[in-house]
Design a protein around this ligand. Structure first.
Ligand code: C2E
Ligand code: MG
Ligand code: MG
Length: 710
């Protein structure tokens, strides 16, 4: 490209030189012609003067002596033409060849010379012309007209042209290469700049222009360098924003997937991807504030990194030791490990460890779990936080990072479901379960749209009298395949997908309406409704309950809401804030599945509940496990001291009922008395159940909730 530019410039210069040379040549030729014309005119003048003087001396034009001079003049080589003209313009004598080109100038020259009595000179048509007046006795009697050729003018002009041509060629030969060279030199900085700009355009931002020309080019180069530096800085910043987590400085999910891909591509490698999630982080974050939450995240990142580095160092040391005493059967290969830790969501980290075959992903996970479990100090308190780890190995569980991440996530979900603080390696059954979950979720959505849910009611019975104390509303799914499905088969998915809220609202409204209907028939049966964690945490929880009561026209005192122990204890303060206003209206609250959560006694005493429902696992074990008996006894004692009502769930045998009675538990909900049933069956049951005084009712059963004190 640069040669082309130089060539064009040389051609331009060459062209200019040629034009200049042509102009000079023209001027020279023109000058030379002038000189030659003057010479011819001078010669003509000399001969004309000699002839005129001869005529003036003899005193006449028409004289032999004059004719003799004319003859002699005409013989001269340079003289083309000579004639004598009298004052009237008549030609007296004439010699030589007269060219027709001269006719007009000739007449004019002759006329003027006679009229003015002066010498007329002109050079035209390649010749010099003179008309010399002949003056006798002070009077012009005629004129001698002589024309001399420009002999030698052609040769002189040819010489001039030759000289010019040589000078032009010399000039071209010298100037063209020199100008080309100069141009290439002069273009070098520009070339450097163009190359740097092209490199920058290709993304190579390390290219710089090093110019010290001391002129505008140097300024331009410095400007370019500054611009590229700024661009590089901006790009680094953008990269940082796009690929790094600002809190920990670790790569983010996008960067993690890229790093993982290259770690996995490094040939013949094995490894594992870990998804590490902090258990109950949200609660800690809410308790201690976002700033401490951030600190906790950073600390966690450091701990994971340290644990992983420790483990990998130990592995490398072991690999080195075995390399020094090589096992002939162990394959040679890249013995280094690649680890990448990233923060992928608020409290979730992803880690990939790739290296030589044979290391244990579970050991690494165990180390991470135990590193995180070490107490952390937050605002002067020692806090123990646990984590759950899902593991997917490659190439066994997937060849692409996103698949591994998904599988690690499935494994993580299982750890979470089992209570967290542990790890689990993915296996194919998890994929199947996940697929089934997705299908079920889809079916549940459709079930809500098509009103496939119905409510059944299970009686709560007085152990002493067999009287109906109330009912618990339990949802059932009338599946399109004709089966009636119990919540165990779908409630978990409904909770995970959030569908539980809509379903729960339906049960709440339906149960309130049913209780109101029963009252219209004279059956005052209090109804209990299960409230999921999602419903309970919602801002509009209170409004929804009030709406259901108002819509059914049911008094709040005939509604009890059951909240599981774990839901109530996740955030006791919030639970109290949710419960208090409704309780003030008269709605009762029961703590469900009591004994399975981790209630702290201090919280329990402050909780505004009316009823404890002892979890059925303790009742089931009553006959066999002495501990179960102790637990039931303790719960009953606790309830008594807190002046709460107790309902024992899941009593199936007469033996269990008898034991519960012995222990002082009066209200029992269990298959022994009645299973959950449809509304019509319940009405039959209620009408035939004994009254509180132990007798069969004749018409109305009035059974408010026991003796509890609110
Ligand atoms: P839960 O609230 O503890 O309900 C009591 C469960 O124990 C019911 O199971 C009931 O059928 C069962 N049960 C009662 N007596 C016995 C017994 O003697 N033996 C045995 N083996 N089981 C007994 P169900 O109806 O399958 O409901 C299971 C759980 O599903 C409920 O436990 C509750 O947590 C949840 N659930 C049911 N309906 C709803 C609802 O409408 N909303 C919400 N959020 N959860 C619901
Ligand atoms: Mg319940
Ligand atoms: Mg229960």
């Amino acid at each position: 490209m640069w040669r082309r530019v130089a060539l064009k410039a040389a051609l331009l210069f060459g062209g200019l030189i040629c034009v200049f040379a042509a102009l000079t040549l023209g001027l020279n030729v023109w000058g030379e012609r002038g000189v030659q014309a003057e010479r011819a005119a001078d010669a003509a003048r000399v001969y004309a003067m000699r002839t005129a003087e001869t005529a003036m001396r003899v005193g006449a034009m028409d004289h032999d002596a004059v004719r003799a001079v004319v003859e002699e003049t005409a013989r001269q080589d340079q003289i083309l033409f000579v004639k004598l003209v009298d004052r009237d313009g008549e030609v007296i004598a004439e010699r030589g060849l007269f060219d027709s080109r001269w006719t007009r100038p000739d007449e004019q020259l002759v006329r003027e010379s006679i009229r003015r009595g002066a010498v007329g000179v002109s050079s035209r048509g390649g010749a010099g012309h003179v008309s010399y007046p002949v003056i006798v006795d002070g009077r012009v009697v005629g004129t001698v007209r002589v024309t001399a050729s420009m002999d030698g003018a052609g040769a002189a002009i040819a010489a001039v042209m030759r000289r010019s041509a040589i000078a032009t060629l010399l000039g071209l030969g010298l100037i063209l290469p020199l100008s080309g060279l100069y141009l290439l030199r002069a273009m070098r900085p520009v070339r450097q700049m163009v190359e740097a700009a092209q490199a920058a355009a290709r993304g190579r931002l390390d290219s710089r222009i090093d110019l010290h020309t001391g002129d505008e080019l140097e300024d331009l180069a410095q400007g370019f360098n500054a611009m590229v530096d700024r661009l590089k800085g901006s790009l680094e910043h953008v990269h940082q924003l796009a690929y790094a987590d600002h809190l920990t400085g670790l790569p983010n999910k996008t960067a993690f997937l890229e790093h993982s891909r290259s770690a996995m591509r490094a040939g013949g490698r094995e490894g594992a991807m870990f998804l590490i999630d902090l258990d109950r982080f949200k609660r800690l974050n809410d308790t201690f504030g976002a700033k401490q939450g951030d600190r906790l995240i950073r600390l966690t990142a450091q701990r994971i990194q340290a644990a992983c580095a420790r483990h990998v160092q130990a592995l490398e040391a072991a690999d080195k030791a075995s390399a020094e005493s090589p096992d002939p059967e162990s394959p040679d290969g890249d013995a280094s490990y690649t680890t990448v830790l990233a923060r992928v969501t608020a409290d979730e980290f992803a880690l990939i460890v790739a290296g030589p075959a044979g290391f244990s992903a579970e050991l690494i996970a165990a180390e991470i779990v135990s590193a995180i479990e070490q107490p952390m100090e937050i605002l002067g308190q020692h806090v123990v936080i646990t984590c759950s780890v899902g593991i997917a190995c490659f190439p066994l569980h997937g060849g692409e990072p996103d698949i591994l991440l998904r599988n690690a996530n499935l494994a993580l979900d299982e750890v979470k479901k089992a209570g967290g603080a542990s790890y689990r390696v993915f296996d194919e059954s998890l994929t199947r379960a996940a697929m089934e979950r997705v299908t079920l979720e889809h079916e549940l959505r459709r079930a809500i749209e098509r009103d496939e849910f119905v409510v059944h009611y299970q009686p709560k019975v007085s152990a002493r009298t067999g009287a109906l104390e109330g009912v618990e509303a339990l949802v059932r799914w009338r599946h399109p395949d004709g089966t009636l499905r119990a919540p165990g088969s779908f409630i978990a998915v409904a909770e995970e997908s959030g569908l539980i809220a809509e379903m729960g609202d339906f049960v709440l409204r339906e149960a309130c309406r049913a209780a109101a209907r029963w009252r219209e028939q004279g059956l005052d049966i209090p109804v209990s409704v299960n409230v999921s964690a999602l419903q309970f945490e919602r801002q509009d929880f209170r409004r929804k309950v009030q709406e259901a009561l108002a819509e059914a026209g049911l008094k709040p005192a005939w509604l009890e809401l059951e909240i599981t122990e774990s839901t109530a204890m996740t955030d006791p303060e919030r639970a109290i804030a949710q419960i208090e206003p409704l309780r003030a209206l008269g709605v009762r609250f029961a703590i469900d599945d009591f004994g399975t959560g981790h209630s702290s006694l201090s919280h329990l005493t402050r909780m505004p509940f009316d009823t404890f429902k002892i979890d059925q696992s303790f009742i089931r074990e009553l006959g066999e496990d002495p501990n179960a008996r102790v637990i039931v006894q303790t719960i009953l004692a606790l309830a008594r001291s807190l002046r709460l009502e107790v309902v024992a769930e899941g009593a199936e045998t007469a033996e269990q009922v008898a034991m519960l009675q012995t222990l002082g538990c009066n209200i029992i909900q269990g298959f022994y008395f009645a299973r959950p049933m449809a509304e019509a069956a319940l009405l039959d049951y209620a009408k035939t159940a004994p009254r509180q005084d132990g007798e069969r009712p004749t018409a109305t059963i009035v059974s408010p909730f026991g003796t509890a004190v609110g």
